[in-house]
Each structure stands twice: as structure tokens, then as C-alpha cells.
Write a protein that binds this ligand. Structure first.
Ligand SMILES: Nc1ncnc2c1ncn2[C@@H]1O[C@H](COP(=O)(O)OP(=O)(O)OP(=O)(O)O)[C@@H](O)[C@H]1O
Ligand SMILES: [Mg+2]
Length: 244
């Protein structure tokens, strides 16, 4: 078994005196899709953002590709080709689709024009809708299109690790499925390693090779997606009567 691409050990992070992560261990192996599930306020977004140093680790270590990246400034982390689509998408509303995508490419290390064009073609193949909307301002896109743009922008930096925070939030089931299908294609066809944060535990665990459950700043359960989906405590807390 190869070494993990991302390895987090004993991570503690806080906002003032609110400790949002209380000693988290999590591994993502190369080529894996890992789902992080948990209810509101569990610390999922904080974990994702702490990889970028915001908030910074108060204790613990974050390793990427065998290198200790704990405490690295955010722009250095991006240069390692870790990309994220943050919660709430945060695309640039006044910029066009094309301009938003170019911003993603600019975040990357030394990409040639040929590499940028190849990334753009890949994004358009995954999300043909974005190609049709290329000159439209980001803020006028539908919610689903904005999510596609947020993922597309992250892909423009040719990431080795893609982190998605709640990509299906607020989307109609059909659009959410398109997003999950695109993530699956990126993983199967391009070998992309993915961390997906989701409240939609059903979809996320079906998509993921492995999953982690976070409760109140701690990982309480982990296992294969199939194992977690079958566990009664997961079904009770996140599936039956919960958000699907
Ligand atoms: N900027 C902030 N300042 C202060 N507290 C924060 C901040 N961001 C998050 N928190 C707190 O940290 C805890 C973890 O929040 P986080 O956003 O990581 O949860 P989450 O699992 O992503 O939740 P959700 O599913 O609602 O997105 C919560 O108690 C939250 O109130
Ligand atoms: Mg969140």
C-alpha cells in the first residue's frame, strides 16, 4: 500500500476559544475518494480549511505527499496543487465564466498555455453547460452552474488533491447527481484524489471509497463507504429522516 497523499494527525484548530477540531486523524490515499460526513457545526469545513492554514493548527500535523505542510501560508499550499471548492461556492459574481476559470489557472504553479487549454477542455467536457455560458457573469448562473464553475475553477490548477465542501447543497437532485457523476469521472478517468465534505451522507458514501464521520470536532467512525452506509448508527443519524 502506498503512503497517504494527505495525512492529518492530532489536528487541533480553534476560532478564539471555540475549539472546532479536537485532535483529528484522517488519511487520504492517492486515487481515493474520501467522504467526510457529519451534522451542522461538526467541524467539517474547518478541517478542509485548516489544510490551507485558516484556521491554523494549534496542535497536530498535516502531511502532504510526505511533506509537513502544517503552518504553511495559504498560497504556498495552493502551489502544492491542493485545490478546493469552498462551502457556498464563492465564485467571482462580476467576472464571466471564462474569467473565473482563468483565475483558477493563475493559482497554479507554472502552467503553460497548452496545460491551461487542456484543463479548460477537461472542464468543458465534464460540464458542457459551462462552455455554453462562457461569456456569462458568474453571479447570473444558476446554483448548479455556479457549483460546476467552482469545481471547474479548482480543476484549472491541475490539482493533485481536490477538496469539495458540500457540492450538492441546495441543488435539485438531478443537478446534484451530475456533480457527483463528474467527481466519479475525475477519479476513475483522471485518477484524481478527492476529499468530499457532505451532509448528503447517502450520496457521499456511495461515491466514496472510504468515509469518516465527524461529531463535535472529533472523528467518531471511519470505514469503507459501503460499511458506513450499512451501520445502524449512521442510518439513524444521517440517513433515515435526515437529509438525503
Ligand atoms: N469564523 C468562525 N468564527 C468562529 N467560530 C466559527 C467560525 N467558523 C466556524 N466556527 C465554529 O466552529 C465549529 C465548526 O464549524 P464548521 O463550519 O467547521 O462546521 P461544519 O461541520 O462545516 O458545519 P456545516 O455542516 O453547518 O457546514 C462550529 O461550532 C462553528 O460555529
Ligand atoms: Mg461546513
Amino acid at each position: 500500500m502506498s503512503a497517504p497523499l494527505l495525512s492529518i494527525r492530532g489536528l487541533v484548530a480553534a476560532y478564539g476559544h471555540i475549539e472546532a477540531l479536537k485532535g483529528v486523524d484522517l488519511d487520504i490515499n492517492p486515487g481515493e475518494i474520501v467522504a467526510l460526513i457529519g451534522s451542522n457545526g461538526a467541524g467539517k469545513s474547518t478541517l478542509m480549511m485548516s489544510v490551507f492554514g485558516r484556521p491554523r493548527a494549534r496542535a497536530g500535523t498535516i502531511w502532504f505527499d510526505g511533506r509537513d505542510i502544517t503552518g504553511l501560508p495559504t498560497h504556498h499550499v495552493a502551489r502544492l496543487r491542493i485545490a478546493q471548492s469552498p462551502e457556498g461556492r464563492r465564485i467571482f459574481p462580476r467576472m464571466t465564466v471564462a474569467e473565473n476559470l482563468r483565475m483558477g489557472a493563475d493559482a497554479a504553479v507554472e502552467s503553460s498555455e497548452a496545460e491551461r487549454n487542456a484543463s479548460l477542455e477537461r472542464v468543458f467536457a465534464l460540464f458542457p453547460r459551462l462552455k455554453e455560458r462562457i461569456a456569462q457573469r458568474g453571479g447570473t448562473l444558476s446554483g448548479g452552474e455556479q457549483q460546476m464553475l467552482a469545481i471547474g475553477r479548482a480543476l484549472m490548477s491541475r490539482p493533485r488533491l481536490l477538496m469539495l465542501d458540500e457540492p450538492s447543497l441546495g441543488l435539485a437532485p438531478l443537478i446534484a447527481r451530475q456533480i457527483f457523476d463528474a467527481v466519479r469521472a475525475l477519479n476513475r478517468q483522471d485518477g484524481l484524489t478527492v476529499l468530499i465534505v457532505e451532509q448528503n451522507a447517502n450520496h457521499a458514501l456511495k461515491l466514496a471509497h472510504r468515509g469518516y464521520v465527524m461529531v463535535n470536532g472529533k472523528i467518531t467512525l471511519s470505514g469503507t463507504g459501503t460499511d458506513l452506509l450499512a451501520r445502524p448508527e449512521i442510518r439513524a443519524a444521517y440517513l433515515e429522516g435526515g437529509r438525503h
